[in-house]
Design a binder for this molecule. Sequence first.
Ligand code: SF4
Ligand code: SF4
Length: 162
Amino acid sequence: MLEKILSAEDCARCEFCCSFRRQSLNLTPCFDKENVEKISRMYPEARFKTLPDGAVTIDLDDKYHTDDREEEALCYFNRKGCILPEDLKPFDCKLWPFRLMKNGDGLSLALVPSCPWIRKDDTSKLREVAAFVAQEAKEYAKDHPEIITEYRDDYTVICERC
Ligand code: SF4
Ligand code: SF4
């Protein structure tokens, strides 16, 4: 969704958003349930799990080698960039570094501050695409409410009630 402002080369060098600390496992992406069977056939080594709210995400438990909560594990589908075809890639990943977030009794588009590229940017380019991204995200969330995150004050609201 952000191809115009975020280069694949920059992301391939970074990989931050495809790598998950044990303590951040609630941030692993939600996959479309209808795609999981197909992805499992293509990549049988990948493990998935269903969360209490019914969302399906990757199960990285076997990829950690220590009990250190700071240890990082890379998503099964990152090989110097995401290898999933666009139609099977989680919407969460297409949306990153934006998140659709509960905010009072409405929804806001928010930015996750941990993307190093975002920290470098003055957000002006992101604001240009924010309204479009928010509409796409809200449309998708009608059938996939699991992509909506709880309010977090460490996220930057970039489009309030847009
Ligand atoms: S954290 Fe940001 S710069 Fe790094 S791979 Fe993800 S989107 Fe790209
Ligand atoms: S599905 Fe692709 S983009 Fe999403 S976390 Fe895994 S490797 Fe990264």
